[in-house]
Design a protein around this ligand. Structure first.
Ligand code: PLP
Length: 402
């Protein structure tokens, strides 16, 4: 191998990798303020069900433009709670995009509802309102909009459609805290919007989630649902000096602790700076990869901003001598922690066994050519350089001859 060969030779074929240490596709950012906030909570009177939970909820409500926010123990718990409080159960159905994390569908199964899968739009990869129309009927009580990769779905069309058909719009905004739709923040548009604070998302509480809504009755039911279905919490009873409570419907222990809320309050203060950094890196990727004819960069629809949870490229496989699997392995060998979002939920055994088979051509086709590149607020410019260099190197090596 000559010196030039060893620089351009792919790591998967024995060449030198772009990086030695793997760059993850997503990662939390924790600073000294976050550590101090959690330690402060640990030394306080309330480790859970305390005042920091309320404070976190109020700060979130203000940031996402909702009247009420109910904090819960995960994004999955948030979706489960949303499904329960809108009255989903056996005999009802939810329409869910297949290109999502399985939790978006699982939560409707938890309450005994049927899940009907809809296809996604080819440009934005968010649920296609026309395909929702194709599967909706009087049993459908929820349309689930997933803000794929951080971009809001067609929220106005979907909310109109839901209201015309007697359903609720539940927005799974696990990817999209801080995104906007026609100038309004995600969290202020759907009947219920759910968020996740898993470490890979834009801000974290370790595990955690929240539901935002303007509907006070739904907010009350959400508060009961996360606390076994009980009407008051321990602190309220202590403050009122009473032992009495009632259990109005079956709930779960889905509470977020004060330790987690302290971290959430501290993280939320930094969210806007982190969103700007994510957008900056995404903009750089757009410019660099826009020059490669073998790669399509993400499309953001008119009137929306993305919170850039994920940066997903799509390969033009007809111009390459490699499939996505080989491209994935080649980039991993270069030290780039690429990933795939998502295996369509309809391909997973549980759903294959229970869901009505229905063609989802866009989902199946786009899944085969999609790859997630590293994107998180703590990435350095040098890390982004490595991603650009590695993708360019791998694409050039597998470019089809003209
Ligand atoms: C992360 C995620 C969830 C679940 O959130 P957890 O906090 O991990 O339970 C739900 N839906 C989507 C689309 C997600 O990406």
């Amino acid at each position: 191998m000559t010196a030039a060969d060893s620089r351009t030779a792919l790591a998967i074929e024995g060449g030198r990798p772009v990086r030695d240490a793997m760059l993850p596709y997503g990662h939390q950012v924790i600073d000294d303020d976050d550590v101090a906030a959690v330690v402060g909570a640990l030394r306080s009177e309330w480790l859970t069900t305390g005042p920091l939970v309320d404070r976190f909820e109020r700060a979130l409500a203000e940031r996402v433009g909702a009247r009420h926010v109910v904090a819960v123990s995960s994004g999955t718990a948030a979706l489960h709670a949303a499904a329960a409080v809108v009255g989903m159960g056996s005999g009802t159905a939810a329409v869910v995009p297949a290109l999502t994390f399985s939790a978006s569908a699982n939560c409707f199964r938890y309450v005994g509802a049927e899940v009907r899968f809809a296809d996604v739009r080819a440009d934005t990869l968010t649920i296609d309102p026309a395909d929702v129309e194709a599967v909706i009927d009087e049993r459908v009580k929820a349309i689930v909009a997933v803000d794929y990769a951080g971009q809001p779905a067609d929220l106005a069309e979907l909310r109109d459609l839901a209201e015309r058909r007697g359903a609720m719009l539940i927005e799974d905004a696990a990817h999209a805290i801080g995104a906007t739709y026609r100038g309004r923040p995600v969290g202020s548009i759907a009947h219920l919007t759910t968020f996740s604070f898993h470490p890979v998302k834009q801000m974290t509480t370790g595990e955690g989630g929240a539901v935002a809504t303007d509907d006070e009755a739904l907010a009350d039911r959400l508060r009961a649902f996360r606390n076994h279905g009980i009407t008051t919490d321990a602190r309220e009873r202590q403050v009122r000096g009473t032992w009495w409570y009632d259990l109005v419907e079956l709930g779960f222990n889905y509470r977020l602790t004060d330790l987690q809320s302290a971290l959430g309050i501290s993280q939320l203060r930094k969210l806007d700076g982190w969103l700007a950094r994510r957008a900056e890196i995404a903009g750089r990727y757009d410019r660099e990869f826009g020059r490669l004819g073998e790669v399509e960069t993400p499309t953001i629809a008119e009137g929306r901003t993305s919170a850039w949870h994920l940066y997903v490229i799509r390969f033009r496989l007809d111009r390459l001598r490699a499939d996505r699997e080989l491209l994935f392995r080649a980039l991993r060998a270069e030290g780039i922690g690429v990933n795939v979002h998502y295996i369509p939920v309809t391909h997973l055994s549980h759903y294959r066994a229970i869901a009505q088979p229905r063609p989802l051509p866009v989902t199946d086709r786009e899944y085969e050519r999609a790859l997630t590149l590293p994107l998180w607020a703590g990435m350095s410019d040098a890390d982004a350089d490595d991603v650009v260099q590695a993708v360019t190197k791998v694409v050039r090596a597998y470019r089809s001859p003209p």
